[in-house]
Write a protein of this length. Structure first.
Length: 172
């Protein structure tokens, strides 16, 4: 049982870590709005991609759309943070429950982690990186940092989503 509690505790700790990280990111984006707003503006405007890029017709230069997009990013970050932190608390409430109850309590954690994957993989790597050719920008390329988020989140998601029944049976 002690090993099972340690595994459960580590899952709670890791989900909390992603929740805290995302909360700080969202908070920073609100407090220092302009810094990352410029990032969104330049990526969507495609004003720093390679000269003559034939994909520049995809550029969105409307400031209102930049603001809406950035607002959605910040909102999503808060949703991720709240889901992960609430999910970690829910797991903590079930740390001594049976395996089925602990597995069932993972819903918010898995939801938050999946939303995080969606934001940083689809939002930043697919849409920003590939659709808006962010990878071509020497100044406004966030793919490396997005990749760090994606890898961290996916590793935690894989670990947390593993059935506690498997962990419980491995300890007996």
């Amino acid at each position: 049982m002690e090993k099972s509690l340690a595994i459960r505790g580590s899952k709670i700790f890791l989900v909390s870590g992603i929740g805290c990280l995302t909360l700080v990111v969202a908070f920073n984006n609100v407090v220092d709005y302009q810094s990352n707003f410029l990032f969104v503006q330049h990526v969507m405007s495609m004003d720093t991609v390679y000269p003559g890029n034939v994909l520049k017709h995809r550029a969105i230069t409307e400031p209102l759309l930049h603001s809406i997009t950035y607002g959605l990013i910040i909102f999503t970050e808060f949703v991720i943070a709240i889901s992960c932190l609430s999910g970690a608390l829910r797991l903590l409430q079930h740390i001594k429950s049976d395996a089925a109850a602990f597995d069932k309590a993972k819903f918010l954690s898995v939801l938050g982690l999946s939303c995080g994957f969606g934001l940083w993989f689809f939002g930043f790597m697919v849409i920003g990186g590939e659709w808006f050719c962010m990878w071509q920008s020497p100044d406004w390329n966030g793919q490396e940092s997005a990749f760090r988020f994606v890898v961290s989140i996916v590793l935690v998601l894989i670990y947390v989503a593993q059935s506690d029944k498997i962990a419980a049976s491995a300890t007996t």
